[in-house]
Design a protein around this ligand. Structure first.
Ligand SMILES: [Zn+2]
Length: 158
């Protein structure tokens, strides 16, 4: 597992368009790689500008103001792609934990994890995957902490 992980990070370093960082699932603690980029940056805007310039030159054979539509369209497509890539990548493939959903609606996130783990329990391929460290749920103790005050200690009362 550790060797595979190292190899995949070496591969991601070669491909600078897909910059991923090592992260651990907040629930099952299995290491994986997630896309760091959430939104488009200056390089994407420049690439969209170049793409729009090439499209404009190919279609209109000269400088044309309608090229701005290509530019806006390419920006929209790249922003949508990058956001979707980040949003789908942030969900843990092992336990199904979705940190974004957890921040908004913890009950829904818990239900999703439960459904994912139930589905996983029926799948024999789970033995081939990495070992998860699912936190166990402890029943809440109903012992109330008594505030230390006068007359609490029996030895002092006598
Ligand atoms: Zn997980």
């Amino acid at each position: 597992m550790a060797k595979n992980f190292h190899q995949s990070s070496a591969l991601s370093r070669l491909n600078f368009f897909a910059k991923r960082v090592k992260a651990f699932c907040a629930f099952c603690r299995v290491p994986r790689q997630v896309y760091k980029k959430k939104r488009i940056g200056a390089a994407d805007v420049f690439a969209a500008f170049l793409g729009a310039a090439v499209l404009t030159a190919l279609i209109f054979q000269e400088f044309d103001a309608r090229g701005i539509f290509f530019f806006v369209g390419l920006l929209f497509i790249s922003e949508t792609f990058i956001q979707l890539r980040w949003r789908t990548g942030v969900v843990c493939p092992h336990c199904g934990f979705d940190p974004v959903l957890y921040v908004k609606e913890p009950e829904k996130a818990a239900a999703k994890v439960r459904a994912h783990l139930d589905k996983r329990a029926d799948d024999p391929a789970r033995f081939l995957g990495p070992a998860m460290h699912i936190p166990s749920r402890r029943p809440e103790k109903k012992t109330e902490k008594k505030a230390p005050g006068k007359g609490q200690r029996l030895s002092k009362q006598i």
